[in-house]
Design a binder for this molecule. Structure first.
Ligand code: ADP
Ligand code: MG
Length: 711
């Protein structure tokens, strides 16, 4: 817990020099200013200062050509230019060359900038720097940076490299010249002009570098140690403030929003528990239900995220929560993103609660006419206890008598706006909200994305599940795959075959699906075999019909696009065949695999691909084959793709950090969060004068997403 010292903090000033237009920096001027704005969004001194190098070139060490073994690595070489020639004419014109050191020769290639290259002299020694392309054992470097040996100034270990664009390069604003601009800027800012944003006591306690120093060293690090400390300080700052903001919001919300207190433990829950529960709850389920119950009884509105890997039994948790609501005289609704899922939930909840006098209804776009009218009427009259449905539940005519709890399955398809529509359906208080997701979100992301929600995790699968066997197969072995499927069907199992479908190539993808379906028909002819086909272009009724045939075991194979991705539960299905696996992301593959392995039988996931796989696709498949652990996969996904691409986070401004990397900086994030928490516990409104910088941040800066504006 932080101790507050007695020295008061300097406040952050407005109209600061950092907010000056970039045009007025030495070496910029109006033309370049315009380019910097257009190309990189750099408008002010601050923008330039906060556009950090994305790497550093070590000019003190040289690689040997022999040692180049990694494709895509960036190296500095010293050697003699042994060849330089022009190939092709006109638009096909290129220049090629060779550089040799004591250990080998590397191929060089240029597609433009010939005039300058022609000045190079064969036989001279050069230092060259660039990215290596390794193809079938031959190393090539395209557009390397060149320097004549001896012309180099004292080599530095950390030459900053900034992002740049073709236009900027042409205007003389390549990375090196950018570095010079930054140097001018740092010069001008010397002498305490960069305001500190963190309270002094926090800096002392954590022994962190102050902001001025960190900003200087991140651009021009004198040594590794200070580079590390500078980058730590800046990452910490970003993550700390993002956490402070989220935790503060959460605190405000819980303090502000009164909710219904569900204090009664009544017959519905007890009866169900004693008579109906078909299995022993897992410890994780028990723990999570306890957590939720505590929220529900607190008198404050609950906003909780329930994370649990596919098959971990979230539905049961949802049902028990709804029974608690019912015992307290409140209605519940369960929202699912698709018709298939909603109707499946409806069926399984109805089955589970049969004979207990619990009235459950279903509503979706396809419920029409009288049935719809009746449902709406009974719901409004309070005769319906639990309503399960799709987005249709959000519409205006849907009114409750006493809505107390909303459960949202597979959250990332529901936006904030939709959540607020639910809120309006209850009064005087908003309903308790439980959001369930089977997308395992790495801890670091969860903290940043849902930092303002409480999170419960089911981290245990029901007992007796057999680990799903995952195998990678190519076209060459398709006959064996077909044989394998036949054996599984003979043994009474059912099979999913999934095809990718993305909007951009929807037509082609649907064609693939159709072709695949017809090919399977050849192998599994009617009437002996029956197949269902489901895709997003079908009418909801038809989808539903086909799906139901599969669920009712009338068909043995379900061919589909990813519409079955989330939540579908057919315990008898034991094989998941994924076609064109290389086109799926890791999280999605994991979701799909989770459709099997739900019964007691050994289940399989067959990842079908072509022969030529990109390195990244290969990695994804390897991970899938290696592990069944959703969290491990989510972490790997985060590392492979970076946070920007993880499903459900794409539009989130909260993912934009100037320097912190959620894939790599989990430890810093946790430390930052712990500190932010401790500070808010001690000083919830941040009223202490020592926390003035933090208060200032929340009041003035928190809502601006661009971090560069912190000045
Ligand atoms: P998900 O978390 O993916 O939504 P479900 O709620 O659909 O998972 O549960 C998956 C399957 O596991 C269902 O068939 C369900 O009946 C079963 N199940 C849930 N909890 C348990 C448990 N404690 N013991 C045994 N089976 C369970
Ligand atoms: Mg589910």
């Amino acid at each position: 817990m932080p101790d507050f010292p007695t020295k008061s903090e300097t406040l952050i000033v407005r109209n600061h020099i950092l907010l000056s237009n970039i045009e007025f920096l030495k070496g910029v001027g109006p033309k370049r200013a315009l380019l910097l704005q257009q190309e990189l969004g750099i408008h002010t001194f601050a923008d330039l200062l906060f556009d950090f190098p994305f790497r550093y070139i070590d000019k003190t060490t040289f690689h040997q050509i022999r040692d180049i073994t990694e494709d895509g690595s960036t190296v500095q070489l010293k050697g003699v230019l042994t060849d330089l020639r022009t190939i092709g004419v006109g638009r096909k014109k290129r220049m090629s060359g060779k550089l040799r050191d004591e250990t080998g020769t590397i191929q060089l290639i240029w597609f433009k900038g010939f005039q300058w290259i022609e000045n190079l002299v064969v036989g001279n020694e050069y230092i060259l720097y660039g990215k290596v392309n390794l193809f079938k054992g031959t190393a090539t470097m395209a557009h390397p940076e060149f320097e004549k040996t001896g012309s180099q100034q004292k080599p530095v270990r950390f030459e900053p490299v900034y992002r740049s664009t073709e236009k900027l390069n042409q205007a003389g604003l390549d990375s090196r010249n950018r570095a010079k601009l930054v140097a001018h800027l740092l010069e001008r800012l010397r002498g305490d002009l960069i305001p500190e944003t963190l309270p002094g006591y926090l800096l002392q306690k954590t022994k962190m570098m102050d902001r001025q120093e960190a900003l200087e060293y991140i651009h021009y690090p004198p040594d590794q140690e200070r580079l590390d400390r500078a980058s730590f300080r800046l990452k910490f700052e970003e993550l700390f403030f993002s956490q402070l903001r989220l935790l503060y919001l959460k605190q405000q919300r819980t303090l502000a929003t009164a909710g219904y207190a569900f204090l009664v433990v009544g017959d519905h829950l007890n009866d169900f528990y004693r008579q109906k529960l078909p299995f022993e709850l897992t410890n994780a389920q028990k723990r999570v239900i306890k957590e939720i119950r505590k929220d529900l009884g607190s008198g404050y509105q609950m906003n909780r995220l329930l994370q649990g890997d596919v098959g971990s039994g979230k539905t049961m948790v949802a049902l028990m929560c709804m029974l608690i609501a019912l015992d307290n005289g409140y209605q519940s609704c369960l929202l699912a993103p698709t018709e298939i899922l909603a109707s499946q939930h409806y069926r399984s909840l109805s089955n589970l609660t049969q004979g207990l006098g619990i009235r459950i209804a279903y509503l979706s776009g396809s419920v029409k006419g009288n049935q719809r009218k009746e449902t709406l009427r009974w719901l409004h009259a309070g005769e319906i206890h639990i309503i399960v449905g799709t987005h249709a539940l959000l519409e205006d005519p849907v009114r409750f008598k006493r809505l107390g709890l909303c459960i949202i399955d597979e959250q990332h398809r529901f936006g904030v706006e939709q959540r607020s529509r639910l809120w309006q359906k209850a009064s005087p208080h908003p309903p308790h909200v439980l959001v369930m997701t089977a997308t395992p979100i790495p801890r670091t992301l969860a903290m940043t994305l849902y930092g303002d929600l409480d999170v419960s995790v089911i981290d245990e699968l029901p007992p007796g599940r057999k680990e799903i066997k995952t195998l990678h197969r190519t076209e060459a072995t398709r006959p064996q795959v077909i044989e394998f499927l036949r054996m599984q069907i003979e043994a009474g199992r059912q099979i999913y075959v999934v095809y990718p479908l993305i909007e951009e190539s929807e037509k082609l993808d649907l064609q693939n699906l159709q072709t695949g379906y017809e090919a399977l028909l050849q192998h599994f002819p009617r009437p002996k075999y029956q197949m269902s086909i489901v895709h997003g272009r079908m009418k909801p009724e038809d989808k539903e019909f086909e799906m139901k045939r599969f669920i009712d075991r009338k068909t043995q194979i379900l061919v589909s696009t990813t519409v079955i991705e989330v939540g579908v539960d057919v315990p008898n299905a034991s094989v998941m065949v994924i076609e064109n696996t290389e086109r799926f992301g890791l999280s999605q593959l994991h979701q799909l695999r989770g459709r099997v392995g739900r019964g007691g039988e050994q289940s399989y996931c067959l990842l079908m691909t072509g022969f030529n796989l990109s390195a990244e696709a290969k990695k994804r498949i390897d991970i899938m084959v290696r592990t069944n652990n959703g969290f491990e996969i989510a972490e790997a996904d985060l590392e492979l793709r970076g946070p920007g691409d993880i499903e459900g986070t794409r539009q989130s401004g909260q993912m934009e950090f100037a320097i912190a990397d959620l894939g790599k900086d989990g430890k810093i994030l946790q430390a930052a969060r712990a500190l932010a928490k401790a500070i808010l516990t001690k000083d919830p409104q941040l009223q202490s004068e020592f926390n003035a910088p933090l208060r200032y941040y929340l009041d003035h800066i928190a809502d601006q997403i661009t971090w560069s504006k912190i000045a």
